[in-house]
Design a protein around this ligand. Sequence first.
Ligand code: ADP
Length: 295
Amino acid sequence: KIVVVGSINMDYVLKTEALPKLGETISAKSFTTVFGGKGANQAVAAARLGAEVIMIGAVGDDGIGVELRDNLDREGIHTEGVHSVEGASGVAMINVADNGDNTIVVYPGANANLGIDWVKQHEALIKSADCLMVQLEIPMDTVMEAVKVAAQNNVKVIFNPAPAKTFPDEIFQYVDVITPNETELMKISGKEDIIEGARELITRGANSVVVTLGEQGSMFVDQENSYKAGSFKVNAIDSTAAGDAFNAALAIKMIESDDMESALRFSNAVGALVTTKLGAQTSLPYKNELDQFLK
Ligand code: ADP
């Protein structure tokens, strides 16, 4: 069983020929609403791969909040830990131009109001799980509370430090694996080199580091070992949510065994599959698609 404590967003995606200039009004070529938020993405990814998933998060008391909750319900995720708070839901307004340039404005809304108290009230959900997944789109003190509860109850913890932000090193003692991508690792560690960056995090107290390397696959580093797991060759068209799915896959494998090398390989397969489809949650694979891909 996996519990996710994290963000739930609705993405509004407008495709335009070029990005609008300051003060300009332009017509879009298409408009799509896409379910997103790193927390929700990781929860949905894990559920589609067959895991039992509990979501702890917050949505607004607007119509969007109703849609966000319904979406998680449809995916078979337990939503009793999803708090409806007063005000707007989390949204992202995304403009994408023909040449691929984009501008994104995120309003955290309800996600910013996911407080420590809510996590404390739902401690039992965290304790009931085998693995907790957290990211950085909700308040830091709430993340810290969740990982503490998990660590005190022998629940494995995967910390995905995204989007890249500074955080207190205190968190490392409660975390089994931290999973930055290359950019996040550079920002957090202040090092250009991946191995050096990962080692820096170990020095600061991390137990183990898994770095996602895009089309290069991923890499594991701890006190004793470091190794790379090669990627799967695919026709990649959009890497949105590849990292989220990678993390979900890692959680599933870490519950099954301590074999991190095979966990990385499995997670690389899931990440690769995501890049073959457009969008965030729209591109997250189901278990049967993955089985087909691995054949
Ligand atoms: P993020 O989406 O957080 O930036 P990455 O781009 O590193 O994370 O992607 C996560 C994982 O997805 C990678 O570790 C890799 O396994 C897989 N992946 C991403 N892009 C590709 C690609 N072009 N080809 C094959 N696998 C990929």
